[in-house]
Design a protein around this ligand. Structure first.
Ligand SMILES: [Zn+2]
Length: 409
């Protein structure tokens, strides 16, 4: 792990785990320490809950049901309907604590932080102590079981109005270490079959908190898209003796037309059979099984490369007020979605926008001349997007590359 990082674990008032990942020198050195106690009067998260008849019943947690038509497991988490939905900035549960403020239900005990990870208060996957991990046949073709996984929230910044693309490389490097740390921890959790780090970007895809954050899911099953990719990889290996992802990357590099950027350790390319109007895959040049297997040099490079990629993608978006600046790091807060026609107009002029951009931001692509290799936008492009984080080769079932879940944190 990064030598310039301090990891500080603690527990919230209801028993959930929280980990601070700090890169600020005074915390790395131990000169300062984080607040560990959570003063909120929260009940234990596994405490009995009253039923409709007022009688308390043991907490059961979310369940998952088997879709008989596809064979896919589908998590059911009715309690998530009560989760926090688009709160105002002064009542954001991801902001640092503000002693004396009217809002006092924030999730982070300290008044500041660099990066923090904690268990989701409203998880769609959760292992409940004492609940057996068994499948139950309710009726023919109706099977359910506990959704015994884990959902964590990764808060990228203590600044409510910031965004991932606005973070400095050092902070992104800390986030990479946090992803790797949690991937290893959740991957070692009994019952977890797959770990996926992701960020949902945009209200249109279901984001319910504007504070810059991502999520990490520890699934108790292999997700459908990963299952399909593993089937393809096995078939390719049986047919050729080769690694499918390696061959795909080599093929894209040989072709070159869809390669967005190359660095010492990473390659970003638009896949030949892209499924989304804008889709870019970021792959390591070296075959690795997962994020924890990345070297320090690969992680350093990933931080820089992923930032560059996100900033290029942000160039496809437009402010609600018609500002053509591609830099979405202002402190204006929530922007309502554009109309489809407006988005189409935006898309049509996006390729020339970077050259004509007059914004004064140092992050503007026109000033870095970085737009020439960006993939062309589709007229159907919408602002909301799911941004799967870079994945490694799925040599084992614990891959980190399923489709981005639509559930938001
Ligand atoms: Zn916030």
């Amino acid at each position: 792990m990064n030598q310039h990082l301090r990891r500080t674990p603690t527990h919230l008032a209801d028993g959930r785990e929280l980990v601070y990942f700090d890169d600020s020198p005074e915390y790395v050195s131990g000169e300062r320490t984080r607040r560990l106690d959570d003063p909120r009067p929260l009940p234990d998260r596994f405490a009995p809950v009253p039923g409709p008849d007022g009688v308390e019943r043991p907490y059961a947690g979310p369940e998952m049901r088997l879709d008989p038509l596809t064979g896919d497991w589908v998590p059911m988490a009715a309690h998530r309907m009560n989760r926090t939905f688009l709160p105002a900035a002064d009542s954001c549960p991801l902001c640092p604590a503000r002693p004396g403020a009217a809002y006092s239900d924030g999730e982070v005990p300290d008044t500041d932080y660099d990066v923090v990870v904690f268990e989701n208060r409203f998880p769609s996957l959760q292992r409940v102590p004492g609940v057996p991990d068994e499948r139950v046949l309710d009726a023919p073709l109706q099977v359910h079981g506990p959704a015994a996984g884990r959902c964590e929230v990764v808060v990228f910044s203590s600044d409510h109005h910031s965004s991932f693309g606005a973070l400095p490389p050092q902070r992104v490097r800390t986030i990479v270490d946090a992803w790797a740390d949690r991937t290893a921890a959740l991957g070692a959790t009994p019952g977890v079959e797959q770990v996926f780090c992701f960020e949902n970007r945009g209200q249109e895809i279901g984001v319910t908190l504007h504070h810059p954050h991502g999520q990490i899911y520890g699934y108790p099953y292999v997700t459908p898209r990963t299952r399909a990719m593993l089937t393809q990889a096995r078939a390719h290996h049986e047919r050729t003796g080769r690694n499918l992802l390696r061959d795909v990357l080599d093929s894209e590099l040989a072709d070159g037309r869809r390669v967005v950027l190359e660095t010492e350790h990473w390659v970003a390319y638009v896949p030949y059979a892209a499924r989304w109007p804008v889709e870019v895959h970021l792959a390591p040049r070296r075959d690795v099984p997962d994020l924890p297997a990345l070297t320090d040099a690969e992680r350093d490079d990933l931080a820089e490369t992923y930032l560059e990629l996100l900033r290029r993608l942000d160039h496809f978006f437009e402010d609600a007020d018609g500002d053509r600046s591609p830099c979405r790091t202002s402190r204006r807060g929530t922007r309502p979605p554009r109309t489809r026609a407006a988005r189409s107009r935006t898309a049509a002029r996006t390729t020339s926008r970077s050259r004509a951009c007059t914004c004064r931001s140092s992050r503007c692509c026109a000033r870095r001349g970085s737009s020439s290799t960006s993939p062309g936008p589709s007229p159907a492009w919408a602002r909301g997007s799911a941004t799967p984080l870079p994945s490694a080769s799925p040599r084992a079932s614990r891959s980190s590359h399923p489709p981005a879940p639509r559930a938001a944190g």
